[in-house]
Write a protein that binds this ligand. Structure first.
Ligand code: AMP
Ligand code: MG
Length: 472
């Protein structure tokens, strides 16, 4: 039996202005690290022999039916517009329509140079590849929209970052790789016919009920406002929310120097290149609005009456903060075990968070402990918890099943940054046991797993990761 991927490639049928046809660049000595059989099944892939998987997901063999290409896009990076980015080290092999009827992209990342590589080598090193594998699969298990990881291959080649590193290729899967920046590139070039084609394509693929460009804008806004609330609820910091890393489907995409927060503080930043804290934890809702405004600016260019469009688009964008806030509050209500809506809920949540910040509480463990009565132990000053808990006790009256709701809303396991770093160091020296262990534990994040209690522990001061480098 041999590998079969039932490709059905719609993006490749768009005009050639949208991409550059480009085959992946072969690598010297590929070794398959991991293949995600469960995901393969969803995609309708028949896996075949290990050797075939290795060659295909290293980029050495192009599978039958693939139409390999690098996608064009632009983007605002840390607020300044770059008129041309594009897949500088990624190749879209094609799409499948899965067993669930969902169309998904299959993309190699780190598969060599493309016409959009600028000065980059087109490659990725093992560390970020394994981080994306673990964190994106964990995100999926948490129930948060995300790209997923289908395979990781070591290339047997050296990649130069902060020193010599082992090279690797990640295969990732997304509902699409359309980004805010995909719209920006055509708007910036004044290619209105292409902008219209892209808009129609995005609507058909993601939001078939959306009515025209402004309907699309509204749908993206709603999906993004849910996504940001989801991130906030698990303490996730994306780290590089540039418009080229902001997906139209509302999935988490382009995992770089991302991390889940340990100690709760709203200003937390992990990325070493984000010196001003533009993409700090608590800024993410505002940045999503800023990114949506860039999408609006691009979409408007195709309207027959752009002035009327400006007004409607402004209204759509301006409604986003309240929507995100409402989604956020629903998420945090559930984290407190509250299924009803009452006045004063917002104050109850923000009061807890303020006390958590003052008391250096671990974000994940404090919320998880709300259901077993040990949350006060997480506070430097347990009295700060007690006085908050009185108010909560009153609010809990009449709540049907707060403990079950809490346990389903507060994960016990997140990919702790120090564990991810430890996993990467071990893998670089050939030991994949922690990689396997993390994937297994993180696939059931809401279940207690006493045998994995060490993975719940926050870092000690010397285990703490100071900065996650963007040398991805
Ligand atoms: P990122 O911030 O990782 O999403 O990447 C931003 C842009 O830089 C995208 O266009 C990437 O394709 C490109 N890029 C990042 N790393 C490399 C690399 N090593 N070689 C070529 N292009 C790269
Ligand atoms: Mg990117």
């Amino acid at each position: 039996m041999s590998l079969h991927i039932p490709f059905d490639n719609s993006f490749a049928r768009l005009p050639t202005d949208f991409y550059a046809r480009q085959a992946p660049q072969p690598v010297k000595a590929p070794r398959l690290v991991v293949f995600n059989d469960t995901l393969a099944q969803v995609l309708g892939i028949r896996p075949g022999e290990a050797e075939e998987l290795t060659q295909v997901f290293a980029g050495n063999d192009v599978p039958e039916g693939a139409t390999p290409l690098a996608q064009l896009y632009a983007g605002h990076q840390f607020g300044s517009f770059n008129p041309q980015l594009g897949d500088g080290r990624a190749i879209l092999l094609g799409e499948t329509v899965g067993q669930d009827g969902v169309r998904r992209d299959i993309q190699l990342k780190g598969s060599g140079q493309t016409p959009f590589s600028r000065r980059g080598d087109g490659r990725a090193w093992l560390g970020p590849v394994l981080r994306e594998y673990v964190v994106s699969e964990a995100m999926h298990a948490l129930g948060i929209p995300t790209t997923r990881a289908l395979a990781a291959v070591e290339t047997g080649e050296t990649v130069w970052r902060e020193g010599a590193q082992p090279g690797a290729v990640l295969t990732r899967v997304a509902q699409s790789h359309l980004r805010v920046g995909t719209f920006q590139v055509f708007a910036a070039r004044g290619q209105i016919a292409n902008l219209r084609k892209l808009t129609d394509y995005a609507i058909q693929r993601h939001y078939p009920d959306a009515d025209g460009p402004m309907g699309l804008l509204r749908a993206v806004r709603d999906a993004q406002s849910r996504l940001i609330a989801d991130w906030m609820a698990v303490g996730f910091i994306h780290g590089v929310m540039n418009t080229d890393n902001s997906s139209i489907s509302g999935e988490t995409i382009d995992y770089g120097p991302c991390a889940f927060m340990d100690v709760y503080h709203p200003h937390t930043v992990y990325s070493s290149i984000d010196r001003a804290g533009r993409y700090a934890y608590a800024n993410q809702p505002d940045i999503a609005v800023w990114n949506l405004a860039q999408l609006a600016t691009a979409l408007i260019q195709q309207l027959d009456d752009p002035q009327a469009g400006v007004e409607e688009a402004t209204e759509i964008v301006h409604a986003m903060p309240d929507l995100t806030q409402a989604n956020w509050l629903n998420r945090f209500r559930a984290k407190l075990g509250l299924s009803s809506v009452q006045e004063g809920d917002l104050e109850l949540v923000t009061d807890l968070l303020a006390r958590m910040a003052q008391n250096q509480c671990d974000f994940t463990n404090t919320f998880r402990a709300l259901s077993d009565g040990t949350a006060r132990d997480q506070f430097v000053d347990p009295a700060a918890y007690d006085s908050w808990a009185e108010g909560r006790q009153r609010r809990m009256e009449g709540e049907p099943d707060p403990v079950a709701l809490q346990r389903a809303s507060n994960p016990a396991f997140i990919p702790r940054n120090h564990r991810v770093e430890e996993m990467i160091s071990a893998a670089v020296s050939g030991d994949y046991s922690l990689f396997d262990r993390l994937n297994a534990a993180l696939s059931r994040p809401y279940e207690d797993q006493p045998e994995n209690a060490d993975l719940q522990r926050p870092p000690t001061p010397d285990e703490e990761v100071q900065a996650t480098f963007c040398g991805t």
